[in-house]
Design a binder for this molecule. Sequence first.
Ligand code: NAP
Length: 305
Amino acid sequence: MKVLIVGANGQLGQAICFYAPSKIGGENLYITLVNRSQLDLCSPEKCNELVLFHRPDFLINTAAYTNVELAEKEIEKATLVNTIAPKVFSKALKITGGKLIHFSTDYVFDGLKNQPYKPNDEKNPLNIYGKTKSEGEDQIIKIFGSLNQYFIIRTSWLIGPFGENFLIKMLNLLHKKDRIKVISDQFSAPTSTTTLANACWSLIATIRGSCKQSQICHFSDLGIASWYDIANCISEYAIDLKLLSEPAFIEPIKTYEYPSNAMRPRFSALDLSDNKNYFQSTVYWRHSIRNILKCLSEKQVIYGK
Ligand SMILES: NC(=O)c1ccc[n+]([C@@H]2O[C@H](COP(=O)([O-])OP(=O)(O)OC[C@H]3O[C@@H](n4cnc5c(N)ncnc54)[C@H](OP(=O)(O)O)[C@@H]3O)[C@@H](O)[C@H]2O)c1
């Protein structure tokens, strides 16, 4: 089975590569990793050529323009990467017959529902990142129509031991500063790139033979938290695992107190109840944080004043 992983240097891309099995259902996996130096997603022609050249059974698209703040200014770039590239991948895969696994975000929602969002709930993104990701989903669905060739996995607040993310940023700040301010009135579920990467491979194992119905699914770790809750959990476990000696004091602040170009949903937790046929979230978010910190402590990355 040929699998093309686009965005291989991103935090999720690295985790998906790291947890790749050698075989699925007795079949050998032949994985091709694609990063920015091999493909600029701002070039629709190159995106098309890539698929027609490799003709993968699965294209896993983890690449995205993920800088929520900068996207407000670089609208054209964010649109090319988050909307046009998935559209071109879908058109090319429709020709070759391969399947697309595409990742999207809780930021397609406006956060006003006050309950976890179901996959078919109405979308209303508040910022350019969410808007371009939402339009990317719409393009995929429009191009494949009733063909069973795509899965869109929406996820939230990714954290992990690889790449740039809130957990790594917090560890550095807790180490360098005496006091930090963290937003306490935005809520969702953190998701470990490890649990998501394993869910992705389990989805591929399930749908590889017979074509299951294309759909949007939601995946996150279990539970709901604010950024402030997560920062406290990181601090607590980092001390416990001796990654930090004297962590900074964490002060809760409101969204309006934090300068930002982009609006963000207040409550964007995803409802996971429709996933059961493909994968199940089983890890509580605090356990994921502990697992990631353990992984960092085993690598002997010590943060201390
Ligand atoms: N991060 C989150 O909290 C979060 C939450 C919900 C959903 N998601 C979704 O989950 C998926 C994975 O996110 P992530 O956190 O792993 O993102 P990430 O770490 O920012 O990785 C994104 C990757 O896309 C690549 N990329 C961006 N622009 C490109 C371009 N023009 N040409 C080629 N490659 C380009 C980046 O390349 P470089 O490495 O060269 O920069 C990077 O490797 C994305 O679809 C994202 O929208 C993320």
